[in-house]
Design a protein around this ligand. Sequence first.
Ligand code: NAD
Length: 479
Amino acid sequence: METAYRNFVDGEWIESERGDTFEVRNPANPDEIVGSYQASVRADLEAAIDAAVAAQDEWADTPGPERGRILKGTAIALEEQRESATEMLVREEGKTRSEAGGEVGQAIDIFHYYAQKARDLGGTAKSPSASGKVLYTKREPLGTVGLITPWNYPVAIPAWKLAPALAAGNTAIIKPASAAPNMTRILIESFDEAGLPDGVANFVTGSGSEIGTPLAEHDDVDGVSFTGSTTVGTMVAQSAADDLKRVQCEMGGKNPTVILPSADIESAVDIVGVGAFGTTGQSCTACSRAIVHEDVYDEFVEAITQYADSLEVGPGLDDPDMGPHVSRSELDSTLEYVDHAREDGATLKSGGHEVDGDGFFVEPTVFVDVESDMRIAQEEVFGPVLAVMQVGDFEEALQAANDVDYGLSASVVTQDITEANRFVEEIESGVAKVNEKTTGVELHVPFGGYKDSSTNTYREQGDAGLDFFTTTKTVYMNY
Ligand code: NAD
């Protein structure tokens, strides 16, 4: 039997105290095991937290340029294994080769970006109210942070939490999702290669309830950054809030694209199609609702149906248009939503079935005649299922777009500048896009949601990523 990968605690690769492990399988070929990992227990987590706390002062005192040099070294170490890391991402999560290559590239860029930021954390100098005084602010690290990540972007999301956390002088414990821990392990190996001091980044695998909740609750953890479902994120936020620690949760979405009469239908279909079926619909920003003006509804429905029918579904290593779901349970959940949509009265135009074979494949699926009160229009499916809704005018479109509990990403397709601007003004969403797909985010601008998509405390990425991981000290000096 293959040896299980270990936790990384205080610079050492170590086994869990209990000795249990779990397997990670290739979703395109579930017979293939792509890694075994430690099913850690609380004692393993405690050791990781102790190591992170012990390393914190020295890491915070390490000059920013030196922290940045190590982050740059991490980017270079990752770059050197770009090909093998991309292949591992395909094999553990199911993404197509192109999607996985893009994500690994994004992670490399994130480390380069925060490597620069580490030397430039800054503060502000303010005019004092009397002479002989100096008044300024400085940024300090939060301390030791807990990072809890999902399986769907298993390298980009750990990168966009770890890089700003470490750039700002924090030490960290990261717990990746059990469906896809390989990529975080590769990141940790890259840190090690770049010379990150012991204890600064610790990696502990295992179940959410056994180590995720204790990580969020722990007294010695000063901040918790979570990405995942709204259900779990809400519990994490509550656990963290008990001792007033700083917490940030980025969660689910039910993202709309609104298509108005002036839209070029060909580009609208590309925008919706890539947004809905790219990454097998397993993006928090995936387009799951197309809200279409009645003047262009029939034309759009025909074209998006053809688009969905034309997609090639298969193992990500062959780089088809769409790979599998990450797991049997995610596939089953998508098929349940297909049943719900039918029961609620939506009309199936394309797909809706599991694809024969060994992997967790499903057809790209389009439902039309969807009404706002149906489950398919309200709940996050997290699969390649598009709900198409018809509206009579711009106001109705905006109302439908906002008529959900989520508010992560939203887009409008129009050539009308007034509609574009009104959409940006009135959409209840952390990311608003015009003539762009709902998916895809740039690493140097803030990312996060409104409503139930976020705790709405802090944003991630760009300078906002550093805001979460730093605290401000105001200095009054009388000389
Ligand atoms: P999930 O909520 O099931 O799990 C996320 C992480 O939380 C995993 O590491 C999991 O082990 C851990 N966890 C589970 N139970 C826990 C508990 N009781 N206490 C602490 N931690 C616990 O989410 P998932 O299935 O891994 O990911 C899919 C979800 O993530 C979707 O809802 C998607 O929209 C969301 N997501 C959001 C963003 C964003 O930036 N808004 C990005 C990617 C994914």
